[in-house]
Design a protein around this ligand. Structure first.
Ligand code: IMP
Ligand code: MG
Length: 188
């Protein structure tokens, strides 16, 4: 494949697109087995989960629907407060349904822990979490992630759905950017 025009901004490829594809296929197979006989509702958290959602759902061989939520953390910068505002709610009623939240990355865990609690209040038949990435060293709350792609170190990563300042989501690999990209951002 032709090299991405964004590669000059990349310091290091942490996880290649081939490794991601292999792991997402494995997770899809595991989900297929563990939810055998059920109808599944995948809930993607906008916008980072869009890419993994698109790949993962094609490896789930079950009757399956998708829905999306958009959320934003209160407070400045990172989601330090752990209180999440729902910007776009689900279209589906999740009562009595088997729900699997699909997320790009678990960092402190505050966002997903809040989201999980608020979705549990709607009384789904089951509720589990699938995250492509986790940064265990940053975790601030305990969070049970049933389906996990990869652990990454405490570095800001982009690609495969993850952005920096809105960009780099379309990089096929999970990458670390060069430090000068952060320091030279025009609107930061
Ligand atoms: P948490 O509440 O701290 O777990 O926040 C998780 C959210 O922060 C993710 O859904 C991402 O949107 C964002 N995030 C955390 N770490 C990174 C990263 O390294 N790159 C891009 N986005 C990140
Ligand atoms: Mg996110």
């Amino acid at each position: 494949m032709k090299m991405s025009s964004m590669m000059p901004d990349v310091k290091e490829v942490l996880i290649s697109s081939g490794e991601i594809q292999d792991r997402v296929r494995e997770i899809g197979t595991q989900i297929t087995e563990e939810y055998s006989g059920e109808r599944l509702l995948l809930i993607g958290v906008l916008r980072g989960a869009v890419v993994v959602m698109g790949d993962l759902m094609r490896h789930i061989d079950l009757p399956c629907e998708i829905d999306f939520m958009d959320i934003s953390s209160y407070g400045s910068g990172t989601s330090s407060s752990g209180v999440v505002r729902i910007l776009k709610d689900l279209e589906e009623d999740i009562t009595d349904r088997h729900v699997l939240i699909v997320e790009d990355i678990v960092d402190t865990g505050l966002t997903l822990s809040y989201l999980r609690r608020s979705l549990l209040a709607r009384r789904p038949a089951s509720l589990e979490i699938c995250a492509l990435l986790t940064k265990p060293s940053r975790r601030r709350v305990e969070l049970d992630v049933k389906y996990l792609g990869f652990e990454v170190p405490d570095e800001f990563v982009v690609g495969y759905g993850l952005d920096y300042d809105g960009a780099y989501r379309n990089l096929p690999d999970i990458c670390v950017l060069k430090p000068e990209i952060f320091s030279s951002a025009p609107n930061m």
